[in-house]
Design a binder for this molecule. Structure first.
Ligand code: BGC
Length: 666
């Protein structure tokens, strides 16, 4: 690795024009090389649930086909750090094979509203979960000598007016909710780069926000990498350099502004030098990590995509043990998504899949015979009298029905937010009519964010398959017929209706001012505090087996805020089939002075258990698990008081509880 002193000497050899040039891209994806000094270019590429890499060997730079893995909303439901690491590792290998140095992702923004058009690209409404999964993903990618770009830093929670809106957020909410996941990934995984978002934060564009880039990210958290703008997010080239946004992407015709500012003294050359040093560090790191001639196995990756999807699918409802179906049952698959599922969302993350496996094809490949009816147009979601009648007929013929519905592409994409939380009307009607003629209906949902289910009492079973990547159909088949026991848990709450969501009154704001009035009470933090029962709470997910929890132990009942607490609990599979359980630990602070959520996720672990098998799961909690952001001291603090340690089935259902008294701030 070329060392810092050598980098500094190289920067000293650059002309002012070359320095200015290095702080913007060469084209859409590359940084600039400086050939006379042997400074290489680094190549970025979108994803991050696959590669959206341009083919530079073709004049039209067409996107190369790649394996489309499950999107972030899906993989987050795995609650499985190891899986996220493996996914990252595979993507890192594919980056090597495609000649990519930096994968633009993961996206770890919080899901403030179910309406955000990019929710499918983000992990969760919970900063702890998003931070843990983001850390694993980044470590996986970077283990392959390839970098990541953690995005979108930060408070980019809507698509409407994304280039002009200002997220107006109080200091405590910023720290506890909107920065926490970034902080964890930066401190634990050191992503090579971070992408500054389009929006403003309290009136200042993210790319020019010195406080959050220089003071918080670099000085406070120790970030060592490069900050790049989101594509077109720099509004002030000089301001960006001053704030520490090292690289403006993509190519821009504005380098002259930097030259001029240095000449007229409004931009100190040392600030520009610092940005250049970081661009050079990235370029040399990229070159050093490069494995020329690397290849990847796309067939094997497709199977991996199936495995990841099957580990993430969430079984929402399963009455009278309808699922799993028997492979010999007389089954109808109804809905165009059974044939061609919706596997990903629209926008910059859109992958050109190598192939897509639908559940229909997967069933056939497995020798399972099913009746099929299209029921609606896949692209528009609309039905016709003919399609509808055929669907009802197919449902009458079958013993059991699997009804595939969801949101069409036109309803969920980057650059726009959904106007409502409903499914297409025809899909709601299909559920009602099909359930009226057949008592054994399982609904499979394909959507990137929660939808309202006014019909929830009717079908016996509901599977949330999300936007599960190109092998989702095979994974759905695995779950429906019991080849895989479902083990996904919701990484977001499903409110009963949109108006119940805490951001509902303020989402999209007034003009460009978007005030986050709900404060720290986003997602389940709100539903629990307000005793507003969600349709399905955060952390929810069923299994084909049952797990019994016993023997909760805390290694102390009193401590100070500098001690750590070890918690253990026994979990046993008391059903008949092997299964995976997500053990969830929440901390429930007593209300003293500070207004806090009822409980917050502070630990989770996914374990696999054979029938009759028991395992002990252990968590270690330190200060941060009990802390709030104190606006008087501008730091984390623990209030003296009592804290519940709750082992929960989900954010709403407590299984076991212990208590610890902590001496902290009076
Ligand atoms: C998106 C980023 C993406 C970039 C490059 C932007 O519009 O917000 O997430 O990485 O484009 O395609």
């Amino acid at each position: 690795m070329i060392d810092k002193t050598a980098i500094k000497s190289l920067v000293a050899e650059l002309t002012l024009e070359e320095k200015a040039g290095l702080t913007s891209g060469k084209d859409c994806w590359l940084t600039k090389a400086v050939e006379r000094l042997n400074i290489p270019a680094a190549r970025t590429s979108d994803g991050p649930h696959g590669l959206r890499a341009d083919d530079y060997s073709r004049p039209d730079h067409a996107t190369m086909p790649a394996v489309c893995f499950p999107t972030a909303v899906t993989t987050a439901s795995s609650f499985d750090r190891e899986m996220l690491y493996d996914l990252g590792q595979e993507l890192g290998k594919e980056c090597q094979a495609y000649g990519v140095n930096v994968l633009l992702g993961p996206g770890i923004n919080m899901k403030r509203s179910p309406l955000c058009g990019r929710n499918f690209e983000y992990f969760s409404e919970d900063p702890y979960l998003a931070g843990q999964l983001g850390e694993a993903f980044v470590k996986g990618v970077q283990s392959q000598g390839v970098g990541t770009s953690l995005k979108h830093y930060f408070a980019n929670n809507q698509e409407t007016n994304r280039f002009t809106s200002s997220s107006e957020i109080d200091e405590r909410t910023i720290r506890e909710i909107y920065l926490s996941a970034f902080e964890n990934v930066v401190k634990k995984a050191q992503p090579w780069t971070i992408m500054a978002s389009y929006n403003k934060i309290n009136g200042t564009y993210s790319t020019a926000n010195r406080k959050y880039i220089d003071e918080v990210l670099r000085k406070e958290w120790g970030f060592e990498g490069l900050v790049m703008s989101d594509w077109g997010a720099t509004h002030d080239r000089v301001g960006a350099v001053l704030a520490g946004t090292d690289l403006t992407m993509p190519a821009e015709d504005t380098d002259g502004l930097i030259v001029e500012a240095v000449k007229n003294g409004s931009l100190p050359e040392e600030a520009l030098d610092l940005c250049c040093e970081r661009v050079l560090e990235l370029a040399f790191k990229a070159a050093e990590g490069r494995k020329e001639g690397a290849v990847c196995d796309l067939e094997a990756a497709h199977l991996l995509a199936e495995k990841f999807a099957a580990n993430s699918i969430v079984l929402l409802k399963n009455e009278s043990g309808l699922l799993p179906l028997k492979k010999t049952d007389k089954v109808a698959f109804i809905g165009a998504f059974a044939d061609k599922p919706r596997v990903q969302g629209g926008g910059s993350s859109h992958i050109r899949e190598t192939k897509v496996t639908g559940a229909l094809e997967a069933a056939k490949n497995d020798g399972i015979e099913v009746i099929y009816a299209e029921a609606y147009d896949r692209e528009t979601g609309e039905t016709t009298d003919e399609l509808f009648t055929e669907a009802v007929k197919a449902a009458k013929k079958a013993e059991k029905v699997v009804l595939f519905i969801g949101l069409p592409d036109s309803m969920e994409y980057e650059g726009g937010d959904r106007p409502h939380m409903s499914l297409p009307l025809s899909h709601d009607l299909l559920v009602r009519e099909i359930c009226a003629v057949n008592p054994n209906v399982a609904v499979v949902l394909h959507n990137g964010s929660p939808v309202e289910m006014p019909w929830i009492d009717q079908p016996k079973a509901v599977i949330e398959a999300y936007l599960g990547g190109q092998a989702i159909g095979a994974a759905v088949k695995d779950i429906i017929f019991g080849d895989v026991n479902p083990s996904g848990r919701l990484a977001e709450s499903f409110p009963k209706h949109l108006e119940a969501n805490p951001s509902y009154l303020y989402y999209l704001g007034e003009g460009d001012r978007v005030t986050y009035n709900e404060g720290v009470f986003i997602g389940y933090r709100y539903y629990e505090a307000k005793k507003q029962e969600a349709l399905f709470p955060f952390g929810w997910g069923l299994s084909y087996t049952r797990f019994e929890y016993t023997n909760l132990k805390l290694d102390k009942t009193e401590m100070t805020d500098s001690d750590s607490l070890t918690v253990s609990v026994d979990v046993k599979n008391v059903g008949d089939v092997v299964g995976k359980e997500v053990v969830q630990l929440y901390v429930a602070p007593e209300r003293v002075k500070i207004i806090r959520p009822i409980r917050e996720l502070k630990g989770f672990d996914k374990i696999s258990l054979e029938p009759g098998e028991k395992k002990t799961v252990t968590f270690v909690l330190s200060k941060r698990a009990f802390a709030y952001w104190d606006i008087d001291i501008h730091d984390w603090a623990v209030e003296t008081g009592s804290f519940g340690i709750e082992i929960c089935r989900n954010s709403h259902e407590v299984i076991l509880r212990g208590d610890v008294k902590i001496k902290g701030k009076e």
